[in-house]
Design a protein around this ligand. Structure first.
Ligand SMILES: [Zn+2]
Length: 380
């Protein structure tokens, strides 16, 4: 009887060893780096292994391996990836060490290539969180900024990414590499001082009551940060509005923009509104942080209200840089006079910059913008 149990246990070990999960144990972030592609050119030097992908996070059987690198253009043939040994629609290439190149772009970690629902290729970089942050920070703030502000940013970015990894664990990827998530440039985006800030804060994240939370940040709040609850369904004490007097010297403190009515009308109609004309725009309501909550649009026939958030999205957040604006109607156009840049929630990056210039450490900066949150370490 004992022997049977031993044999069964041995079989279990073999079976459970047949697929190994990497995403849970090493703080791996899955970054969508290419989507709806016809092909993916992969090049790497040295030893590597190609395995099938089981589910979203585990590797299965070995489909190929070598010691002298590989240079291959992956594409779909009859719905499957063009790898000779087996029919598969999802595989992972694991370099033993060093970088791999996706369409000549150097990246760290491993790479997953899979058929997406449109029968095109999605390419997802499975990368350790610390390496991911190194590829992101450069796009968030200047690498020349004081080290304490870079450290605060590294912790906010790390927490934000891990929060999304938690939220998206049943999906194909955790974050995308575009502006809607966090811009990720891979190895090309690494700089000495941003890497140093990542190293000095390795594994540090923000918790609120023991849980990580979406540590939003933005360029400049211009006086008062925004309550997350004004924009999303998030009601957390650490994401409430705070008065920020630090960012007054930010280059983004003020903005102005003139937009002609016909352009606004085109954008509204492209977004699904059906207005014949646009005659007037009025601000109907502001919230406690003075940001525009509701606008009234008037055509020759009707009036309709639109939330400030939606209006900004439709108009392009780079044009209407913030919701803290007033407006003046001219002949056929509108002048917007605004303050700040970004949604205003969480850490004000230029405020953090000036705080660090004044000698504040990263702990104080984070405590100021994410009131009541605590810094802790993730398990590595
Ligand atoms: Zn500010």
């Amino acid at each position: 009887m004992k022997n049977i149990i031993k044999i069964l246990f041995f079989c279990f070990l073999i079976l459970s060893g047949a697929s190994s999960s990497f995403a849970d144990k090493e703080n791996i972030i899955r970054v969508l780096v290419l989507d709806d592609a016809q092909e993916a050119d992969i090049f790497l030097r040295g030893s590597y292994e190609i395995r099938s992908l089981v589910g979203n996070k585990s590797s299965g059987t070995v489909l190929g391996k070598g010691r002298k690198g590989i240079h291959k253009r992956f594409e779909l043939e009859g719905g499957f990836l063009n790898i000779t040994s087996a029919k598969t629609d999802a595989l992972i290439i694991i370099p033993r060490k060093g970088l791999f190149y996706l369409n000549n772009r150097p990246l760290k970690g491993s790479v997953v290539i899979k058929r997406n629902k449109f029968s095109k290729l999605s390419v997802i970089n499975y990368i350790n969180i610390e390496d991911y942050i190194k590829g992101v920070l450069f796009h968030e703030v200047s690498h020349r900024w004081p080290i304490e502000s870079l450290k605060a940013q590294a912790i906010a970015t790390r927490t934000y990414a891990l929060y999304h990894a938690q939220m998206n664990k049943d999906k194909d990827y955790d974050v995308s590499s575009d502006i809607y998530s966090q811009v990720y440039g891979g190895k090309n985006s690494e700089r000495y001082r941003t890497n140093k800030a990542v190293r000095l804060t390795t594994g540090l994240v923000l918790f609120y009551e023991g849980k990580i939370f979406p540590t939003y940040f933005h360029a400049t709040c211009a006086g008062k940060t925004e309550d997350a609850n004004q924009l999303w369904d998030i009601n957390l004490p650490c994401l409430k509005s705070v008065d920020c007097l630090f960012c007054v010297g930010s280059p983004h403190f003020k903005w102005e923009k003139n937009i002609i009515f016909s352009q606004i009308l085109d954008k509204l109609n492209a977004a699904g509104y059906n207005l014949e004309s646009l005659e007037d725009i009025q601000i109907i309501e502001r919230n406690n942080s003075n940001r525009v909550k509701i606008l009234l649009l008037k055509s020759n026939k009707e009036e309709l209200s639109i939330s400030g958030k939606h209006f900004r999205q439709i108009m392009d957040p780079k044009e209407i840089r913030s919701l803290n604006f007033s407006l003046e109607i001219n002949e056929g156009s509108v002048d917007f006079f605004g303050f700040g840049w970004g949604h205003g929630v969480g850490m004000c990056q230029w405020g953090a910059y000036f705080m660090s210039k004044q000698g504040y450490k990263y702990q104080s900066i984070l405590q100021f913008y994410y009131s009541g949150a605590e810094i802790g370490k993730i398990k590595n």
